[in-house]
Ligand binder design. Sequence first.
Ligand SMILES: [Zn+2]
Length: 126
Amino acid sequence: MSYKICKRCVMDTTDPDIMFDENGYCNHCTGVLKKLNSYPINLSNEEKEKELQKIVTEVKESGKNKQYDCIVGVSGGVDSSYVLYLVKTLGLRPFAFHLDNEWNTELSVKNIEKVTALCNYLTSDK
Ligand SMILES: [Zn+2]
């Protein structure tokens, strides 16, 4: 196949699995858009809260009798730290994990220690 780039996103023929439709749109962004359409994005805040509680209940149920009921990857940045905090406030029992890829900053390490301490979790046993 000669070089081609999707007319909607940045994917191109450097991906050996890419396929294009008659409009020049790739299978990747087309697939994502199909999935997005199935998500309930036009819910009221009350409906969103109900959906969240439904998910939390399912996660708790599937984690019954297990040490943890979910996994949260923690980088030490604000997003993952906040997710861990939210998960705890929802009453879940997360296994917080972090992969030290040698790029950790001192700040991220401190953040991880603080947020895991806040959530009553021990940091890794390094
Ligand atoms: Zn695309």
